[in-house]
Design a protein around this ligand. Structure first.
Ligand SMILES: Nc1ncnc2c1ncn2[C@@H]1O[C@H](COP(=O)(O)OP(=O)(O)O)[C@@H](O)[C@H]1O
Ligand SMILES: [Mg+2]
Length: 383
């Protein structure tokens, strides 16, 4: 990913000139109500607002105009895009993530995708207000993070994984040393002791790449209390699982999968990508013993992002990883206004981890103890 550009080091004038140079997408980039700006060829500029994709009436003058803007964005962060390397990741001055693809890869004109940086990332209350998750479930997650559960946040692209990872990471106690590892620094943690690392793609000669996996291995030598990995995609899964299984518990990451079951097989595939020859059963055992919880996110047809389940990984039975759903989303269909309705509710199964939470003495949020009371209390005489 491109070098960090610190917008605060840039004068107001320079900033104004920078945005001016973005041409027809200037206003879209500055519009805080938009989460994404997508250019498909010079004549089609789309935006995303409230989870819905809309076509705007903006256009670049012609293909060269769009290419010049792409070149401007990319070279401002010291990178380049051309026929030889027609695909690039970069950042806007405000931290927004940029991806550009030109010919010969892009067939119908240059494509530019801007994921807007949110200066003010969503907090758990926002996610509750959006209906993404309930207060009880947030309370459960919070207690689990505090008790050092290993948590995987699973979902498709743009379902809100990084946002939820940010919220979950905010529950890490302030005195812990946190190492974060990302492809593009998106997490915004407020704890004092945060060591941020970003991977680096290969340079033009295909050299000097520093991958997530190398960063995970390096992080283990940094005396971390917690390792937070922005997204697990490949061989780093093995190192993460090993870390989780050898005392570095309380790790958090996201991965790309549409269901919790898929997330488990994705993990298995990713471990194989580490290039070591482990029997399937051994890999599953690693997964089952390392991962405590999987939080599954989905994007509904109406654009809403929802946590659709929180599942506890309980162990193995034969060759199969066993799990139990603690919270699930129950769909009630679509209202007349086209809004998906439903409830996110506890299944009633008491998670094994509750006993660990009570034993660890982490404060149990009242919303949660209503759902899962402390059994030890109720077993005491006089109760
Ligand atoms: N719960 C949510 N409700 C509405 N919008 C959300 C929610 N979570 C994230 N978003 C927005 O959706 C976009 C994608 O979120 P992000 O967390 O980056 O997704 P992912 O990491 O799964 O690709 C961002 O613009 C973000 O602000
Ligand atoms: Mg993400």
């Amino acid at each position: 990913m491109a070098e960090m550009v610190n917008a605060s080091e840039v004068s107001q004038d320079e900033l104004a000139r920078y945005y001016e140079a973005l041409g027809p997408i200037r206003d879209l980039v500055l519009d805080e109500s938009l989460t994404e700006v997508m250019v498909n060829g010079y004549e089609n500029i789309y935006v995303e607002r409230n989870g819905k994709i809309l076509l705007t009436d903006r256009k670049f003058d012609d293909e060269n105009h769009l290419l010049r803007v792409i070149d401007f964005i990319v070279s401002a962060v010291g990178r380049r895009i051309d026929f030889r390397s027609p695909m690039v990741d970069a950042r806007l001055l405000d931290g927004s993530r940029v991806n550009a693809v030109i010919s010969p890869i892009a067939l119908d004109g240059p494509m530019l995708t801007i994921r807007k940086f949110s200066r003010d990332p969503y907090q758990s209350e926002d996610l509750v207000n959006f209906g993404t998750i309930t207060t009880e479930a947030v309370g459960f997650l919070k207690a689990c993070v505090m008790a050092r559960a290993n948590i995987m946040i699973s979902g498709g692209t743009g379902t809100g994984k990084t946002t939820l990872l940010n919220v979950a990471s905010s529950f890490i106690p302030p005195d812990e040393r946190i190492v974060t590892i990302e492809d593009a620094a998106e997490l915004q943690l407020h704890q004092e002791h945060v060591c941020r690392m970003e991977s680096r793609p290969p340079d033009l000669n295909g050299e000097n790449k520093v991958g997530i996996r190398e960063l995970v291995i390096n992080a283990l030598r940094m005396r971390p209390d917690r390792i937070v990995v922005g997204e697990c995609r490949a061989g780093e899964a093995l190192d993460m699982l090993q870390a989780m299984n050898t005392g570095h518990d309380g790790s958090l990451t996201t991965l790309h999968a549409n269901t919790t079951r898929d997330a488990m097989s994705r993990l298995e595939t990713m471990v194989l990508m580490a290039g070591i020859d482990l029997p399937t059963k051994a890999i599953r055992q690693q997964v089952a013993s390392a991962v405590d919880l999987v939080v599954q996110l989905s994007r509904m047809r109406d654009g809403q992002r929802k946590v659709t389940s929180i599942t506890e990984i309980t162990g193995m039975e034969g060759d199969t990883i066993t799990m139990q759903e603690i919270f699930i989303y129950e769909s009630h269909g679509i209202s007349k206004e086209g809004v998906m309705t439903g409830v996110f509710r506890p299944t009633g199964i008491r998670p094994h981890i509750m006993d660990k939470l009570f034993a660890a003495g982490v404060p149990i949020p009242p919303e949660l103890s209503r759902v899962f009371p402390d059994r030890r209390a109720s077993e005491r005489p006089g109760h």
